[in-house]
Design a protein around this ligand. Sequence first.
Ligand SMILES: [Zn+2]
Ligand SMILES: [Zn+2]
Length: 177
Amino acid sequence: MFLDVKELTVRKIRIRKSYAPGTVDYHTGEFRQIEPLEVRATAELVEGQIRIDGSLHTRLELVCARCLETVLEEVSRDFDLYYRPMVSIAREEEVHLKTDDTEIGFFEGDGLFLADVLAEQVILALPMKVICRSDCRGLCPHCGANLNSEECRCETHAADPRMAPLARLKQDWFKKQ
Ligand SMILES: [Zn+2]
Ligand SMILES: [Zn+2]
């Protein structure tokens, strides 16, 4: 869906759309959209800027940052965005921008694609680090065992009595991490 400035000058547009998985390009391999991306919003022209106000919802498949298992993440986000025409940047830079909570972007030419706006919002909605559960024990840094489901194979090797003090030290160190 293309939001055309010329059309927005005439009327406000009500958006109720559902993007099937694979139809929005997120420009990243870090996650996969697995359910439709639902959006409800209104687009209008406010003092020459395109304003898009609404909310989105979808589900993504990601990888746990600790154990690398698949994680399903529900994403919901409200947004109220303003996009200025690109040509106005030079002029706007001289003007002191009002600082408020609204985010400001830019659009080139006749307008912008809603899908690009939504892709950006989905990425912003994600936490910095996704983990499968708060107590995920991750992978053993030595043998790579998934400590949520497997016994670490290193500990039996460290059973050499001469190595015991070192092993204990290591264990304490890991507990503190
Ligand atoms: Zn995990
Ligand atoms: Zn191990």
